[in-house]
Design a protein. Structure first.
Length: 220
């Protein structure tokens, strides 16, 4: 397994959702899995998965992968116009801890460009134009940042720590889907969030439960 450099999150490391999706696909299990990131996923580095642990060439544990029950973390849908309106007020357009993020970075013309804005009830929502080809890691990536932006605040960045996801169906390339997120709890530096991905016709395609960790604002 290799996390290609274009799939970065914070500078020099893989986007958490994309990386977790790669690790989950590598596990190849029949059911849902949970991925816990133990260190920033390195880019362009051969990684191995054995006995539920992803390790780098030095043997350091990058992530742990284990079977999980269905997280049943479904966030109610919003229609496309509402998602577009929320996205227009995406705070990351003005203040983003990692503006080069493959998923939500405004500096990435070649990224997924998912810009989650806050709805009046605290949920986040954004349209998502599906790239082609689309893979399972693409969906895990799309389920990542909309949850983070339910808790990220100016001067208080967060990074993904753990995620469990279910991909019921892949979206179609070219479709404009909607992804939603919400914070459901937290303690100390940890925030628990849910995210969901919907097809243009409102069909629920995927959902995830994740834990985000607050970090110092100088983390790169």
């Amino acid at each position: 397994m290799i996390i290609e450099s274009r799939f970065n999150g914070p500078p020099g490391s893989g986007n958490g959702g994309w990386s977790a999706g790669v690790f989950a696909a590598g596990a190849g299990g029949p059911g849902p899995v949970e991925v816990t990131l133990r260190r920033p996923p390195p880019l362009e580095t051969p990684l191995t998965l054995a006995d539920g642990e992803v390790r780098d060439p030095q043997g350091l544990v990058v992530a742990q992968v284990r079977p999980a029950e269905d997280p049943r973390a479904v966030v109610p849908p919003v229609d496309l116009p509402a998602a577009r309106a929320a996205s227009a007020a995406y705070p990351g357009l003005v203040d983003h801890p990692f503006p080069g993020c493959y998923v939500c970075g405004p500096d990435r013309a070649d990224g997924l460009r998912i810009f989650p804005g806050r709805l009046p009830d605290g949920r986040t929502a954004a349209p998502f134009r599906v790239p082609g080809p689309v893979t399972t890691p693409t969906v895990w990536a799309a389920l990542d940042c909309p949850g983070g932006w339910a808790v990220i605040a100016p001067g208080r960045p967060y990074v993904l720590g753990r995620i469990a996801a279910v991909v019921a169906a892949l979206p179609e390339p070219g479709d404009e889907c909607v992804v939603t997120g919400v914070m459901v709890g937290g303690e100390g530096r940890k925030a628990l969030v849910h995210t969901s991905l919907y097809a243009p016709d409102g069909t629920l395609l995927a959902w995830a439960r994740a834990t985000w960790i607050a970090v110092a604002d100088d983390v790169g």
